[in-house]
Design a protein around this ligand. Structure first.
Ligand code: IPE
Ligand code: IPE
Ligand code: MG
Length: 236
């Protein structure tokens, strides 16, 4: 990558296409998810090496529970394995790890791994990885609204004082700047309930590569495309 090229501060990725990758190879879908986990590791390391400060990845959506029990348990097993390895990696690389999503629906072991990873890495602030697990953009907004309503009911807040900035503070992404760039591989061109609030002015780049095949050159390509965009934020 050309080191004069400006790099976004926050990149978000919808890690999609694992199933199709496996199907093309006559493999079970879980093999696609395992290859997807490798692609994540590779991409996270590359992002760190080029100076991306925040990386947010969509790993499992609130809608993905509609899949077969077999596929879901395969994905959850992989998450457990990945998180265990990631804790060591994160300490080595000083990466702060955050989970965006409702972990209460996960197994107690997985919940514990998530909390451990978050607690042990909270002290690092060089790079932050936000891992969206049982995450939905609408669900996130409903939760934020409920939390605000609760504060109002308890007399801590007044309805009139609510601002966009205040509502942002109730989201999983409180304290995280909005992503400048959102990448979706696999050829699908939709948000699938990812970062609905935070993506108001994000640039989307859709790539025709399946997530397990995603390489640093694809990230470079997306960043180059991002740099060609003219961001106006509603201005003239
Ligand atoms: C993304 O890959 C992983 C998850 C949604 C958990 P998919 O499993 O959606 O792969 P495709 O879209 O079927 O190829
Ligand atoms: C979005 O992909 C969710 C993740 C990548 C985790 P999906 O494969 O679930 O989205 P749809 O079903 O194609 O919209
Ligand atoms: Mg998909």
């Amino acid at each position: 990558m050309d080191n004069k090229m400006p790099v976004p501060n926050h990149i978000a990725i919808i890690m999609d296409g694992n199933g199709r990758w496996a199907k093309k190879r006559f493999l079970p879908r879980t093999a696609g998810h395992a290859a997807g986990a490798e692609a994540f590791r590779r991409t996270a390391n590359y992002c760190r090496s080029i100076g991306v400060k925040y990386l947010t990845v969509y790993a499992f959506s609130t809608e993905n529970w509609k899949r077969s029990e077999e596929e879901i348990s395969g994905i959850m097993k992989l998450m457990g394995k990945y998180l265990k390895e990631a804790i060591t990696d994160m300490e080595k690389n000083r990466v702060r790890f955050k989970v965006f999503g409702d972990i209460s629906r996960l197994s107690p072991e997985l919940q514990k791994l998530c909390t451990d990873a978050q607690e042990r890495s909270a002290q690092y602030d060089d790079v932050q990885v936000n891992f969206c697990l049982n995450y939905g953009g609408r669900d996130e907004i409903v939760r934020a609204t409920k939390a605000f309503a609760k504060d109002v009911a308890e007399g801590k807040r007044q309805p009139e004082e609510l601002t966009e900035q205040m509502l942002s503070g109730y989201l999983y992404s409180a304290d995280v700047p909005d992503p400048e760039l959102i990448i979706r591989p696999s050829g699908e061109m939709r948000t699938s309930n990812f970062l609905l609030w935070q993506s108001a002015y994000s640039e989307y780049v859709f790539l025709n590569v399946l997530w397990p095949d995603f390489q640093p050159k694809h990230l470079d390509e997306a960043i180059m495309e991002y740099n060609r965009r003219n961001r106006r934020f509603g201005g003239a």
